[in-house]
Design a protein around this ligand. Structure first.
Ligand code: ADP
Ligand code: MG
Length: 174
């Protein structure tokens, strides 16, 4: 049996923009494999030190890359993480940076329990479009796309858009 080639998709953006919501639903509808890098690091303890200021463990980026390499080579993976500059460029066929309006994001992060500097810094990260710029630096500009992620209509539109792209990619590459 010939195995169909399937694309690898990166979903990135500031915490709270909706990466996990979109990624899990997309995996459900397409059968692609969803990987949440934060959860993976937690489960397999892929950390290197502790950030005192933010009171959280620091990701061991090299260990994450090593751990994911084989899966990424096989293809058909949706990766979800709030950073993107340490993944090998060759892994991804397309990169989506989710974007959310400030007030909306503030409310989501507050209801997630974020307060003080953590809340401020994350909202600022979105205002300064830090992750979008990181993605534009790390990947070819033509594969980086911003997606609005403010309401359920946006979610549905994003799902349909990505599923159409996957379908076309599969036609072109198999
Ligand atoms: P991330 O994984 O980027 O941190 P989540 O997927 O956990 O973000 O979403 C953060 C919060 O925003 C959740 O409460 C989720 O239900 C909500 N959310 C995500 N996407 C949307 C959307 N398109 N419209 C409305 N709420 C959303
Ligand atoms: Mg998430």
């Amino acid at each position: 049996m010939r195995i169909m080639k399937r694309p690898n998709i990166l979903l990135t953006g500031t915490p709270g923009v909706g990466k996990t919501t979109l990624g899990k639903e997309l995996a459900e509808r397409t059968g692609l494999t969803y990987v949440n890098v934060g959860d993976l690091a937690q489960e397999d303890q892929l950390f290197d030190g502790f950030d005192e200021e933010y009171q959280c463990p620091i990701l061991d980026e090299d260990k994450v890359v090593d751990e994911l390499e084989d899966k990424m080579t096989d293809g058909g993976v949706i990766v979800d993480y709030h950073g993107c500059d340490f993944f090998p460029e060759r892994w991804f066929h397309i990169v989506f940076v989710l974007r959310t309006d400030n007030t909306n994001l503030y409310n989501r992060l507050e209801s997630r329990g974020y307060t003080g500097k953590k809340l401020q810094d994350n909202v600022q990260c979105e205002i300064f479009q830090t992750i979008y710029e990181e993605a534009m630096e790390a990947y070819k500009e033509e594969i980086v796309h911003q997606l609005p992620s403010n309401n359920p209509e946006d979610l549905e539109r994003n799902l349909e858009q990505i599923m159409n792209w996957i379908e076309q990619w599969m036609k072109d590459n198999n």
